[in-house]
Write a protein that binds this ligand. Structure first.
Ligand SMILES: *Cc1c(COP(=O)(O)O)cnc(C)c1O
Length: 373
């Protein structure tokens, strides 16, 4: 049986967890949390990182930080995970869904400007499959209309964007804020887990307070204030040291994990290119400005029927391939709140995108053989 995903363990996860447990400090913001945060800040140039219990939590923190309130509008793609939208809906925002690009599930940057109104507060680009959205265009719109940009970088660890200025920047370091996921289906994992990256420094102090249940506890432990108390809204967003210890074992091996995934991705791509062309399927497109972090390998089938047949054919060989998002603008929950605009490319990816199994220890040749049979 080849599952769709299998979490990869580097071997030192339980060693570091044991170390955390033995040290007697297993609540949040201890040694391992700080090691992980510093690792990300140093490697990717984020001004400040805070580990969270999920990417969903990091998105919710972002919504609180930019003071989303009843009636604010937030623009995002419809082809995304529910958390991208839920984080803002929880604070009363109206979601204005944009269509995907014709050849890629990412938000079509050319469709955003007409959706901006006096109520628009933020744009939330989602870097689908870890491939960058057109950030120059999105940041220009944000500057022109005074909006915040929150990158949903859940899938985008260790991926980059090269702007018009020729500078290569890590995804998650470009918007005002960004959210990452370490859910077991992502490249770097801790079971459940996530991180808020803060690039606009005005948010750093308040982010720490929101993270610590609305208290200035972090400043207290640094000796900056002599007592701590309730100073703002907040919640319990920080993970325990046990989770951070697991994550640290992954981070020590990030290069190895990434190179293995890229090797698998390239094998899929070169092996399937001819077959896909003959059968009317498209392979992933990586724009010139983007790198590929090999988060996901997908096919774009020519129809829903073709996709269903391919899923069945793989299942016959005990191989699990899965489709992905169901357009949020057509969801049971949001259907009636959507303004009725058709989003044809979102629909196309809902019907035709198929994700192939992809994990460190996969026997990829078996998958490729069965697809081309
Ligand atoms: C995985 C994912 C999330 C949610 O991540 P969690 O850590 O499970 O909360 C949000 N957005 C996108 C695009 C994702 O892929």
């Amino acid at each position: 049986m080849i599952p769709f995903n299998k979490p990869y363990l580097t071997g030192k996860e339980t060693y570091y967890i044991e170390d955390a447990v033995r040290s007697g400090k297993i609540s949040g913001n201890g040694k391992y949390t700080q090691k992980c945060q510093k690792f990300f800040e140093d490697l990717y140039g984020f001004s400040k990182c805070l580990l969270t219990t999920s990417c969903t939590d990091a998105l919710e923190m972002a919504a609180i930080l930019i003071n989303i309130k009843e009636g604010d509008e937030v623009i995002m793609p419809s082809y995304t995970f529910v958390s991208t939208a839920n984080a803002f809906v929880l604070r009363g925002a109206k979601i204005v869904f944009a269509d995907s690009r014709p050849e890629h599930p990412n938000i079509n940057e050319d469709t955003i400007e007409p959706l901006i109104t006096s109520k628009t507060k933020a744009i939330v680009p989602v870097h689908y499959a870890g491939v960058a959205c057109n950030m120059d265009k999105i940041m220009e719109l944000a500057a022109k209309y005074n909006l915040y940009v929150i990158e949903d970088a859940a899938q985008a660890i260790d991926s980059f964007y090269t702007g018009r200025d020729g500078v290569k920047r890590a995804l998650g370091s470009i918007g005002h804020l960004a959210a990452f996921s370490f859910h077991e289906t992502k490249n770097i994992i801790s079971g459940e887990g996530g991180m808020l990256a803060i690039n606009d420094r005005q948010f750093i102090d308040r982010a720490e307070i929101i993270w610590e249940k609305g208290t200035n506890r972090s400043a207290f432990f640094r000796g900056e204030v002599n007592k701590y108390g309730w100073v703002d809204v907040g919640s319990s967003f920080l993970p325990s040291e046990i989770i951070a210890a697991f994550l640290w074992a992954q981070l020590e091996n990030i290069e190895d994990i990434q190179s293995r995934r890229k090797q698998l991705w390239d094998t899929y791509f070169t092996s399937l290119a001819g077959w896909a062309a003959e059968n009317g399927l498209a392979l992933p497109v990586i724009p010139e400005y983007a790198t590929n972090n090999a988060h996901m390998f997908y096919l774009i089938c020519s129809s829903l029927g073709q996709r269903s047949r391919l899923i069945t054919k793989l299942k016959e060989a005990d191989i699990l391939a899965v489709f992905h998002y169901i357009s949020l603008h057509k969801s049971d929950f949001y259907n009636n709140s959507h303004d009725g605009r058709e989003l044809p490319y979102t629909e196309k990816f809902t019907d035709c995108l198929l994700r192939l199994p992809m994990y460190y220890e996969i026997h990829i040749d078996r998958v490729i053989k069965q697809i081309m049979r």
